[in-house]
Design a protein around this ligand. Sequence first.
Ligand SMILES: Nc1ncnc2c1ncn2[C@@H]1O[C@H](COP(=O)(O)OP(=O)(O)O)[C@@H](O)[C@H]1O
Ligand SMILES: [Mg+2]
Length: 258
Amino acid sequence: MRDNYILNIEDAVVRYKDTVALKGVCLQVSQGEFVGIIGPNGSGKTTLFKAITGLVGLKSGKIEVFSKSIDTNKHAVRKKVGFIPEIGKIDPRIPVSVGEMVTMGRYSDLGLLHWPKKKDLSMVDEALDLVEIKSLMNRPVGHLSAGELQRAVIAHYMVRKPSLFLLDEPTTSLDWKARADIVQLMHVINKAQGLTIMMVSHDLATLPVVCTRVVLMKNGLIVNNGIPEKMLNPENLAELYDLSLTDMRKRLSTFNAD
Ligand SMILES: Nc1ncnc2c1ncn2[C@@H]1O[C@H](COP(=O)(O)OP(=O)(O)O)[C@@H](O)[C@H]1O
Ligand SMILES: [Mg+2]
């Protein structure tokens, strides 16, 4: 039934000046899913997340989040959606500590003119525990490693008690250990808290471990969509990335041997 969907996207078209970035995207996501999104650069993955949070408008089609049109409910939707942009897009020079940054996550509920109360501070504590950076609470955000910064950002959104988490390439620029840790953390959050997650990632090895579904995007369209085992085969991937099947097989085997 349509009303069960957390997210309902029908024929979404997004256009920047000369580029049509989404050319009629349809996607439905249910509560508790972990949806992986892959596709070459420029295929519209980030634009899809921006459209879901109302940061770009639709030329046509519709997007409903929690059964509300994003067009007319941006504020309410954004309160319930944590959108974590690519780590490179976050300015690490913001002059705050980890604890302050996570506490700031509470302000979307509190309003800027209210001091956080005991309850808010215990939510901050809980979130720092969850992402395992409590010991870094007083450290300036600018002095964190990329993996730690990513955890702090995740905690910042977790204290808002989101119903949907959008992660845009959360592991790009992390080393393999930090990468696996972040994906594992998202897995736990999805399983333990039932939080619905959508994650853009190029990490083909970890996607099948955590995702309940993988969406393949190319040229502003969803070209395929299904369980990871069916989606992430050499044939689909070769077509998606415009590689020959032999090439793709070679890449996958080097990759699996890593
Ligand atoms: N602000 C923008 N202005 C103009 N074109 C843009 C803008 N953002 C993205 N695009 C274009 O839209 C297309 C999709 O981009 P994007 O959604 O960032 O893709 P992806 O995240 O899959 O790499 C690309 O061709 C990109 O150049
Ligand atoms: Mg992108």
